[in-house]
Design a protein around this ligand. Structure first.
Ligand code: GLY
Length: 369
């Protein structure tokens, strides 16, 4: 098992990644469990697959699991779901010193984390992420949120979990497409800040996607350690360091918006293609060598992720895509900071990007291939 500390003044916690963590939950999370019962907010699929093992562990320690089911999908990150969940947690008598467990992907983690941020002005929670994307990104770092009609994740809070247990066994029941989408975020850590890790992933990407235990654990631990370093440096995304985690997200957001935030393009797939576009645009500006942009494209393509915008068969031009970017919550004082690259492993925040030039670049990309 890998143990990665997230060092935050007064609120440090551990991310533990390995096998059988859910089956041994009572032991792994013992410092955060009440003696009598525990509230578990769960994605229904995750509960179907892992609920029994988890419940067995709790019951053997005399702890009664109390389940709250969440339907899969972004629709569950709504005001209504938040109201229902907080009402339920209050009815269960959750106290400020208690910990609620969040079992599932980013939707459950974000919703539960936000509910815990506001319940009695803040109670504890433990993340039990069951998707690769949640394991390497959303469960770590304390961003919690719901969606509103105005956009995704616009209402939320920074609220750190007390513990994150990444049970890698859960990836065996994850659909391949979602596994690949999560792998885009693993690649992201190499591309934005660690060229050695990127080179290691170029060699071992197939073993990770084939769920080779040792390689997977190392990939997840390295990704989480990278995120932990960034969060420790810039927890509230004020200095620009944490914003580097948005590599691929500005282009990706435009593509997700154009495809209606639908199954047509999963978030991780949009980030993958967004990273290709950020790399190619950086090369077009002369900031990084073309050959490095092509290495990034190849790694993404080999992972079975979308690497060409033309594959989406969009019926729009570059300007329509940059128009979506203007609704991005990353807008800052009327400008849109872009995460660009000086090379593999060297991302930086560029506040001077000319959106009409980006639109022209996207027109070229839409016409190519
Ligand atoms: N997912 C980006 C962040 O946690 O900052």
């Amino acid at each position: 098992m890998a143990v990665i500390p997230v060092a935050l003044a007064g609120r440090s916690y551990e991310v533990r990644a390995g096998s059988s963590l859910l089956a041994n939950l009572a032991g792994e999370a013992k410092d955060y469990l009440r003696k009598d019962h525990v509230c578990i907010v769960a994605d229904v699929n995750a509960r179907d697959n892992w609920g029994e093992a988890l419940a067995r562990s709790l019951q053997s320690a005399g702890i009664e699991p109390r389940w709250y089911d969440v339907a899969p999908g972004e629709g569950s990150k709504s005001w209504e779901s938040l109201a229902q969940l907080t009402d339920w947690l209050l009815a269960q008598g959750v106290e400020r010193g208690d910990h609620v467990l969040a079992l599932g992907g980013g939707v459950v983690g974000d919703l539960t984390g936000f509910a815990c941020a506001i319940l009695k002005r803040g109670c504890g929670f433990v993340q039990l992420p069951t998707t690769l994307l949640a394991q390497v990104d959303s469960s770590v770092g304390g961003k919690t949120a719901i969606n509103t009609a105005a956009g995704k994740n616009l209402i939320g809070a920074f609220h750190q979990p007390s513990l994150v247990l990444v049970d890698l066994d859960t990836l065996s029941t994850l659909p391949q497409r979602e596994l690949r989408a999560g792998y885009a975020e693993v690649l992201k850590y190499g591309i934005l800040g660690d060229s050695d890790f990127f080179a290691w992933l170029e060699e071992r990407g197939h073993s990770i996607l084939a769920l080779d235990k040792e390689t997977l654990e190392q990939a997840v631990a390295t990704s989480v350690a990278a995120k932990a370093r960034i969060v420790a440096e810039d927890e509230r995304e004020t200095s620009g360091t944490r914003a580097l985690l948005n590599l691929g997200h500005t282009f990706g957001h435009a593509l997700e918006a154009e495809t209606g935030f639908s199954e047509r393009l999963l978030h991780g797939e949009a980030v993958a293609l967004g990273m290709v576009l950020a790399a190619r645009y950086s090369a077009r500006l002369g900031r990084m060598p073309e050959a490095q942009a092509e290495r990034i494209t190849k790694a993404i393509d080999l992972a079975g992720l979308p690497a060409e915008i033309s594959a989406l068969s969009l019926e729009c031009d570059g300007r329509a895509l940059t128009a979506h970017m203007l609704h991005d919550k990353k807008m800052d004082a009327g400008t849109l900071p872009f995460v660009l690259l000086r090379g593999i492993g060297s991302a930086y925040l560029d506040r001077e990007v000319d959106l009409s030039d980006v639109a022209a670049f996207l027109d070229e990309q839409l016409q190519a291939h």
